[in-house]
Structures are given as structure tokens and as C-alpha cells.
Design a protein around this ligand. Structure first.
Ligand SMILES: Cc1ncc(COP(=O)(O)O)c(C=O)c1O
Length: 456
């Protein structure tokens, strides 16, 4: 069995259950993983539909040019359609889009024109205006206009919606999706609500976009508009593909919450997805936490793949520069040591010391555990609760040397081991950890230090 061209592989993407990030939420949360499309995004579905509808209407002839204002994914879909059908592509993009997206479009033969983000849509420099003007100037060209072209919604009504219905065997009760042009949300929402009017839809919006306020008040508020970084969702216009009657609720998600959730999807679910996927999951889960019961099934669209964001949200330096890295997310043994500001003189006791003396030291220093040494070597450890057990069993032992009752040395960990790893190593048996710094100095990390790091 084979496909006649790459565009035949569009659609029929898998539904994958989310297992970790959904902790504490009732019901089943399923992700529709759209990066399985050949262009690695949900946009392949509507790109081919817009071109085939234009052909049917005689709007484009062989050898023609496709011109579009695109945040990248639609461009990729259109480029694949153009390759298989023999058209040229020119795309206009705003300069907030990642360089990877631009490179990818050029790789599949498209011409890309980068336009400024922070100008009004009607400004002649905006990527909407430049695309429109070019389509008027270049003969035998079409401007599919994903925002207002209803073939966009139709593609999702014909493919995404039915797939979700069939894959969940009609059990879907909530459908959540980021809203950009509105096609993915409204096409599938229309289909799903036709099958079962009780299906509720949750649209994910960004801060800086007009959708949520417009839905709730009917007011198009210019004051809601400001630049944001999440790519692909939220708008400063009302595209014709957004049918507000099909979107029951909007939830806004910050750039930071979206970025942090996207990274969690990669690490905890193995879903290496794009930034707006984090928005969709973060917002959908916020809603699910309040509304879902055990019987409910929510489907969340994950629109694209992580490669396009490698130099942004998957880059730790970029994340730190933007204040997006939760300190807790990445706190390491090194951070804990540094937070003690050098006040962590490593106290030790010699193995020959009398147990009663050792207890006095623990008390005086206000500590519960201490490494035991033999000269320069760390040979064991002593913990107050264990000493107490020994003394209860045999009070005479207080005059014996520490070596008689000591436990094995505390485990050594690396400077870059994260809190997660450290906390998995500290337990009833192992009350503390040791770390050797760059200067070979040994530091101790106790249960109390970990607790402090986790709550500060
Ligand atoms: C990455 C990404 N996520 C989400 C969307 C939103 O989908 P739609 O335009 O169908 O509303 C887009 C659209 O450009 C996108 O590129």
C-alpha cells in the first residue's frame, strides 16, 4: 500500500491520553496530536482544502501563485499542496515568528517576506496588507486568506470533527482548542455539536487578544490588544472563521504558563509539541479541574511540533532571559548550596568519638544528622533518631565509639542534580546527601534544606 503523494497522508492523527500533567483531574483527557500531519501541524488540513476549493471555483490555474499571510504552519501546508499541484508560494510573516519557521518554509521552496508585528492590521506594512497587495499585483495568483476563507472551517468540519467523534466512539463531552483563525475550533465544534448538542467547547485565547472580551461582552476592545509571544493563537481582528456561537467559553493563558506547560508535555508525556499546545493544555486543564466528572472525555487539539520552537521555549537560556523558568522547575543541588551563602561549614565527627559526645554536638549545633570521618575520609553517618533507638536498647552504649553504631556514609550527588532527583534520594534511611563542589569542598543537603528549596 502506498500514497500517491504526500498530501494523501494528511489527517487521521492519533488521540493520545495525557497521564501526568492531568494529575488530580477527573475524567479522561485526550490530546489530538496534529504534528503527525506531513507538514507537522493541524494547518495541513485546511491548506489543501482552501487550494482545492479555489481550483473548483476556477480561481487558480496551473502555474499560478499562492500568496498568504501565515504564522508558518499554514505556509507549510500550502507549500505541500503547491508542490503536489505545481504552484508557486509567496508568504508574508510577522517578525515575531521563530526563525525556524521561516527557514522551514524556504526549505520547501517558498518565498518568505518578513513584516513588522507591532503595526495595525490595516497598516500597509502589516503582513495582512502586504499579502493582499501582492495578490492584487501578481497575475494568476490567489490569496487564500485563512482568516476569512470558510474552506478553513469546512476542512475541520469534514475531517477533524468526524475523526474526534469516531476515535472517542461518540464519548467526547468537551472539546478544547486554541483559537487563531478559528477554523480548527469552529469546524470541529460544529460537527461535534451536531452529533451531540451537549458537547461543550473551550476556546483558548492569549492575553493581548480580543476574543474572550468580545465573546463575553460583544465589545471589540482595542485596549485588550498588546504584543504577546505565543504563536498561532489569539488575534487583533475578528476572522470570519471564528463563529462565537460555537465557542461556549474562552480561557486566556499567559505566554509563561503556556511555555512552562509545553515543556512539561515534552518531558512528562513525551509530546514534543509547539508553544500554543501548552496554552491549549494549560487552559483546558484549568477548565477541566472545575467542570469535569469521572465520565467526561475531553479532547484537546495540539496543533504543531516542538522543532519550530527549539531556539525559544526549549532553550533554557531563552526561558531564563524571559523570566519564564520557574526557579523550582530547575533548582539544583548547586542552587541549594548557593542559597546557604557559604554558611554551610560541613560539620563532621570522628568515628572514635564517644556516642554521648556526638549527641552533645548534634544538640549544640541544632542538627539531626552528621557525617562520620576517619581522618580525611568520610566513613559513615550518624542520625539522631537512630542513636536514640540504640540508647533505648542499651543505655550503656553511650560510652562506646560512634563507629559501633554508625550507618553507611550519606550518598554523594552531582551539583546539577535537580530537586526531583534529590528528593527521591532522601528518605527515612538516607536523611541527607553530600555534594562536592568545583573546589572539592564537600557540602551537605538535608531534608530541611530540600523543604526550604521546594517552598521558597
Ligand atoms: C501553532 C498554532 N496553533 C494554533 C493555531 C490556531 O488554529 P486556528 O487558526 O484554526 O484557529 C494556529 C494557527 O495558525 C497555529 O499556527
Amino acid at each position: 500500500m502506498y500514497y500517491n503523494s504526500i498530501i494523501e497522508t494528511i489527517g487521521n492523527t492519533p488521540l493520545v491520553k495525557l497521564n501526568k500533567v492531568t494529575k488530580g483531574i477527573k475524567g479522561t483527557i485526550l490530546a489530538k496530536v496534529e504534528y503527525f500531519n506531513p507538514g507537522n501541524s493541524v494547518k495541513d488540513r485546511m491548506a489543501i482544502k482552501m487550494i482545492e476549493d479555489a481550483e473548483k471555483e476556477g480561481k487558480i490555474k496551473p502555474g499560478g501563485t499562492i500568496i498568504e499571510g501565515t504564522s508558518g504552519n499554514t505556509g507549510m501546508g500550502l507549500a505541500l499542496a503547491a508542490i503536489s499541484k505545481g504552484y508557486k508560494c509567496i508568504f508574508t510573516m510577522s517578525d515575531k515568528q521563530s526563525q525556524e519557521k521561516i527557514n522551514i518554509l524556504r526549505a520547501v521552496g517558498a518565498e518568505v517576506i518578513v513584516c513588522p508585528t507591532n503595526v495595525a492590521p490595516e497598516d500597509p506594512r502589516s503582513y495582512y496588507s502586504v499579502a493582499k497587495r501582492l495578490s492584487q499585483e501578481i497575475p494568476n495568483s490567489i490569496y487564500p486568506n485563512q482568516y476569512d476563507n470558510l474552506s478553513n472551517t469546512a476542512a475541520h468540519y469534514e475531517t477533524t470533527g468526524p475523526e474526534i467523534w469516531e476515535q472517542t466512539e461518540g464519548k467526547v463531552t468537551y472539546y478544547a482548542c486554541g483559537v487563531g483563525t478559528g477554523g480548527t475550533m469552529c469546524g470541529a465544534a460544529k460537527y461535534l455539536k451536531e452529533q451531540n448538542p451537549a458537547v461543550k467547547t473551550v476556546g483558548i485565547d492569549t492575553y493581548g487578544s480580543v476574543f474572550k472580551k468580545y465573546k463575553e461582552t460583544g465589545i471589540f476592545d482595542d485596549n485588550e490588544i498588546f504584543p504577546y509571544m505565543t504563536e498561532g493563537i489569539g488575534e487583533d481582528i475578528l476572522p470570519k472563521n471564528v463563529d462565537f456561537s460555537l465557542i461556549d467559553t474562552f480561557i486566556k493563558v499567559t505566554d509563561k504558563d503556556a511555555a512552562v506547560m509545553t515543556r512539561r508535555l515534552a518531558r512528562e508525556e513525551g509530546l514534543f509539541v509547539g508553544w500554543s499546545c501548552g496554552s491549549a493544555v494549560f487552559g483546558a486543564l484549568e477548565y477541566a479541574r472545575e467542570h469535569m466528572t469521572e465520565e467526561d472525555v475531553m479532547v484537546i487539539i495540539l496543533p504543531d511540533h516542538g522543532t519550530r520552537y527549539l531556539n525559544k521555549i526549549y532553550n533554557d537560556t531563552w526561558m531564563k532571559d524571559h523570566g519564564f523558568l520557574e526557579s523550582r522547575d530547575f533548582a539544583t543541588a548547586k542552587d541549594i548550596i548557593q542559597s546557604k551563602n557559604g554558611s554551610d561549614r560541613l560539620l563532621t565527627i570522628e568515628k572514635k568519638l564517644k556516642i554521648s559526645e556526638a549527641v552533645r554536638i548534634l544538640n549544640k549545633e541544632g542538627i539531626s544528622q552528621i557525617p562520620v570521618t576517619d581522618g580525611e575520609q568520610i566513613v559513615g553517618s550518624l542520625t539522631d533518631s537512630k542513636v536514640l533507638n540504640h540508647l533505648i536498647d542499651n543505655p550503656e552504649i553511650k560510652d562506646h565509639p560512634v563507629s559501633e553504631i554508625m550507618d553507611p556514609p550519606f550518598k554523594f550527588v552531582g551539583m546539577d542534580n535537580t530537586l526531583d532527583v534529590l528528593s527521591s534520594l532522601i528518605d527515612r534511611e538516607n536523611k541527607a546527601l553530600l555534594v562536592r563542589d568545583e573546589k572539592n569542598k564537600v557540602h551537605i543537603i538535608t531534608q530541611a534544606d530540600l523543604l526550604l528549596a521546594m517552598t521558597s
